[in-house]
Design a protein around this ligand. Structure first.
Ligand code: FES
Length: 160
């Protein structure tokens, strides 16, 4: 999902939907990221105010969980699993290949594609696993990765 502009009123609605309970911060952050594509600094500040917690509390949760992003993402999100089963089946080499093919580092964005690490996609039997958008692919070789990315590039030219 790509990033959308921050909207303070929409953020307040998310907080209200969770009864402004500080104990629901993780669920709130998931909803914030689903709405805005990432957790912007303005959102972290507003969340701290509306939940009556410190900004350090918000930042601590955001930085602890790999799923939360603080920077806007591209139109396409490519995740490569970095967890143990995938590492054993070559995900590090696949990641290096992906960095070269996309011209971007992990956690970076270029040409509307964001490359992210992920720690287990629940597809360990078919390692190494890659997720593009909402779809997971297994046993991804460098060649298969290039094919998948070729499809994305078609999309970036307006064909999706
Ligand atoms: S370790 Fe990669 S999908 Fe589980």
């Amino acid at each position: 999902m790509s990033s959308k502009g921050f909207d303070a009123a929409a953020l307040s609605d998310i907080v209200k939907a969770h009864d402004a309970l500080p104990g629901r911060l993780i669920q709130i952050l998931h909803d914030v990221q689903a709405r805005f594509g990432h957790v912007p600094e303005d959102a972290a500040r507003q969340l701290a105010n509306e939940l009556n917690i410190s900004r350090a509390d918000v930042h601590g949760v955001v930085s602890f969980y790999h799923d939360f992003r603080t920077e806007p993402t591209g139109k396409h999100i490519v995740r490569i699993c970095q967890a143990e089963a995938c590492q054993a089946m070559g995900s590090r080499a696949l990641t290096e290949h992906a960095r070269g093919a996309l011209g971007v580092d992990l956690d970076g964005t270029a040409d509307d594609v964001t490359l992210l690490p992920v720690y287990c996609l629940g597809n360990c039997a078919c390692a190494p696993a890659v997720m593009i958008g909402e779809r997971t692919y297994g046993r991804v070789t460098s060649e298969r990765f290039d094919e998948l990315i070729g499809g994305l590039e078609d999309g970036l030219r307006g064909d999706d």
